[in-house]
Design a protein around this ligand. Structure first.
Ligand code: SF4
Length: 334
């Protein structure tokens, strides 16, 4: 495949996900298998994500499995009753690319269907959306964020078909393996739905990323490490990890203000995160280790807003302990 805008040869989708054991991130001086390192190894050049809002809602927002959405999620923009008419997908991609190009030198993009549940519609409605995105001449890959209870087999068949055309990643909002926490966050499903989705998703030729949240109320350090051990051998190709943070207009905002929920301090997060990463296999890509806390409407913890400081603290912790991702990982086959 050739990216028409840049004339750069792109690895064939049949080789995605790649054999990640060939990428020696430790030799590159890294403490974990970071996403930008991974993308550069796979593509040979920078690839930037461009966010697409396809106008979906969520089954725990529209009342199908719950109402109100997740406790921490400001879902007003994708509430079915408040939905604003959205821009055409190709126009969104054009606008997003122009914005990114003002900040970075980049010619290659991954269309990222990001807000809400992006497989929450019949296949006949999903297909034209995804096909339109990959028809954009500067888009060479696709990422789709969704809930694990919204991927019936025909949707996975569609993703498998598209994944044979372009590198494709599906992102599941796992967050935790503990049902007590899923109940707290009003997710409207149980861990069983993740296990079921993974069983039907692995081996279809697309990459699978799981979102993890540390510092959920009531979760002990042991609970979080239990999540890490299960994630390690879950079949996930990649993870995105961040701490629980609060934004305005959410039930969590009220709970934090009332003192019902305490958010993690930086030191605790860094130490827990490094413990977590030590338990993951060295071949699992770590797409993110800090939240993308929005400046406006943000409540806390305040340290989230200084992302470079968080990344420096993570590096310092790895160095202090002389450790790295996977140091404590034990393969089930070992
Ligand atoms: S966190 Fe995800 S599933 Fe929950 S309401 Fe927000 S977009 Fe929907």
């Amino acid at each position: 495949m050739t990216n028409e805008s840049s004339n750069i040869s792109v690895p064939p989708p049949s080789s995605w996900p790649h054999d990640r054991s060939q990428f020696d991130w430790r030799a590159a001086g890294l403490h974990y298998f970071g996403y930008s390192f991974y993308l550069k190894q796979v593509f040979g050049f920078r690839v930037q994500r461009v966010s697409v809002d396809a106008g979906f809602t969520c089954p725990n927002v529209d009342g199908t499995v719950a109402i109100g959405g997740c406790t921490f999620c400001d879902n007003r923009s994708f509430s079915p009753s408040r939905r604003l008419p959205r821009q055409d997908i190709l126009d969104q991609i054009d606008d997003g690319i122009s914005r990114i190009k003002r900040r970075y030198k980049c010619k290659n993009f991954m269309a990222y269907f990001q807000p809400a549940t992006n497989t929450y519609a019949p296949v006949e409605e999903l297909r034209p959306l995804f096909e339109k995105a990959i028809s954009h001449p500067e888009v060479l890959a696709l990422a789709i964020g969704t809930r694990q209870d919204c991927v019936p087999n025909d949707v996975l068949d569609l993703l498998e078909e598209l994944g044979a055309k372009v590198p494709l990643t599906i992102e599941y909002g796992l967050q935790t393996i503990h049902d007590k926490s899923l109940q707290w966050m009003n997710r409207g499903d149980t861990h069983e739905s993740f296990l079921d989705a993974m069983e039907r998703s692995v081996g279809r030729g697309f990459e699978i990323c799981g979102h993890i949240m540390l510092g959920l109320p009531g979760e002990t350090h042991d609970d979080m490490m239990e999540t890490a051990r299960e994630v390690a051998d879950s079949g996930l190709d990649a993870v995105k990890i961040h701490n629980l943070y609060a934004v305005e207009n959410t039930p969590l905002a009220t709970q934090v203000r009332n003192g019902e929920v305490t958010l993690m301090e930086l030191d605790e997060y860094i130490s827990t995160l490094v413990d977590f990463l030590e338990l993951l296999p060295p071949t699992m890509v770590v797409e993110r280790i800090s939240g993308e806390a929005p400046g406006s409407f943000f409540i806390g913890p305040q340290w989230c807003l200084d992302k470079p400081a968080v990344l420096r603290a993570v590096k310092a912790e790895f160095e202090k302990r002389d450790t790295w991702q996977g140091k404590k990982y034990r393969s089930p086959e070992a």
